[in-house]
Design a protein around this ligand. Sequence first.
Ligand SMILES: N[C@@H](CCC(=O)N[C@@H](CS)C(=O)NCC(=O)O)C(=O)O
Length: 217
Amino acid sequence: MPAITLVIGTRNYSSWSLRPWILLKHLGLPFEERLIHLETPEFASEVPKLSPSRRVPALIHGDVRAWDSLSICEYANELSGGRGWPAGTAERAHARSIAAEMHSGFQALRGSCPMNCRARGRSVRLTPEIERDLRRIDDIWSECRRASADRGPWLFGEYSAADAMFAPVVLRCRTYSLPLEHMSRQYCETVLGDPLLGEWLAAAEVEGVVVPSDEAG
Ligand SMILES: N[C@@H](CCC(=O)N[C@@H](CS)C(=O)NCC(=O)O)C(=O)O
């Protein structure tokens, strides 16, 4: 079995890299990391050799190439024998839908509240667009948690790719102190208490890189 390599960007900023990274970790799939800092000459020269989209994350596994966070999560699900999504058909459809909604949506929130793992105490003006994104995220989390409360602490009880896709959103909520309802706040506590997220955050603390586009943030 060839080794899996996951190409990721700067931990502090690369929310898309965090998603498959934490899912692979939760599924117990061993992999090597190749970290290339964003907005560096190395990124410009190396990433085109590793990722057809010229973006991170990208996964290399023998002859297999997968790029784009959600497709890497799908590949990890296959490698794990289907443990990346909930077991029931209806819950799988639900989990895939909210993961896809995250992947393609919430532009207002994402644009105004970029992930910065190290940052705390930032404020943002809650425009109607950001409010709308936030209310939808709050509804997604609260509805999932109400339905799965007796089966474990994650969105569908056990950890799934849906939790991985939302992990960076929880970090944004912390950095920008975004208001959430009780069930969602509890879910954020679960995510922030995840030792595997702690591993990522500890590494982000010491990487010491500031990308130029964050200097104003
Ligand atoms: N839709 C892609 C987005 C990937 C993406 O935008 N990655 C950023 C880092 S978080 C990147 O590679 N930026 C470098 C660039 O665009 O040149 C995914 O889900 O993986």
